[in-house]
Design a protein around this ligand. Sequence first.
Ligand code: HEM
Length: 217
Amino acid sequence: MNSILTSKWTKALVFLICLVPLGVLIWEAFNGGLGSNPTQFLEHATGDWTLRFVAITLAVTPLRKLLRQPQLIRFRRMLGLFAFFYGCCHLSVYLTFDQVFDLHGIYADVLKRRYITVGFTGFVLMIPLALTSTAGWIRRIGGKRWSMLHRLIYLTAVAGVIHFWWLVKSDIHLPVEYATVMAILLGWRVYEHYSKPARPARAATPARKEQTSVVPD
Ligand code: HEM
C-alpha cells in the first residue's frame, strides 16, 4: 500500500481522475448534453464539484489518521488546488454566460442576493490558500502562521454549504447531505483538538515538498 501511495504514477493518476469532471462537461458541451439551460447546468455542475473537492480535501487528514496511511498527505495540496480550480470554473461560468461581464449586474448581485454574497466570500477565502500553497510560502511566513491562514478552508466549506442551502427553493436534501459531511469533517477536527494532550512546540516547517497543502490538519 505504501509503495502505491508514494509512486509518482499514483499521483499522476489522481491528477487525471480530478480532471474527469471537466472532461465530462466539455464532452457534454460538444455533444448537446447540457440540457435546455446550459448556463444553469454548468453553474450547478461546477458548483457541485467545487464543494465536493473542498470536502475531499478536508477528508484527507481524518483518513490519513484513521487508516494509518501518512502518505495520503501527498495528495492533499493537489486536491485543494483542484477545489480552487473548479471554483474558478464556477465563477467563470457565472461571469461569462450568466452575467455576460455586466459589472453593474455582478456588483448588484453580490450585494443584494445573499447566496451570491456568501458564495463570493467562500471563493475569495480560497485565493490566499491557493497562492500560499507552496513549500516556499510555508518557509516565508512560518509554519504556524501558515497553518492558521489555511484554516480559512473551514470557512469556505461552511460558506459553500450556506450558499447552496440558500439558493435552493424547496428540495433541501442535497444541501443537507453536504452540511452533514462538512459537519463530520469539521467536528472530527474539533474532537481531535480537544481530545489530545497539548504537544510541546516543534519546528513546523515541513521537511518535504509533498507535505505542503492547501489545508491545515
Ligand atoms: C465566486 C463566487 C460564486 C458565485 C458568483 C456563485 C454563483 C452560483 C450560481 C449563480 C449558482 C446557480 C444558482 C441557481 O441556479 O439558482 C451556484 C450554484 C452552486 N454553487 Fe456557487 N457561486 C460562487 C461560489 C461558490 C463556492 C465557493 C462554492 C463551493 C465551495 C459554490 C458551490 C455551489 C453549489 C454546490 C451550487 C449548486 C449546485 C447544484 O445545484 O447542484 N459556489 N453558484
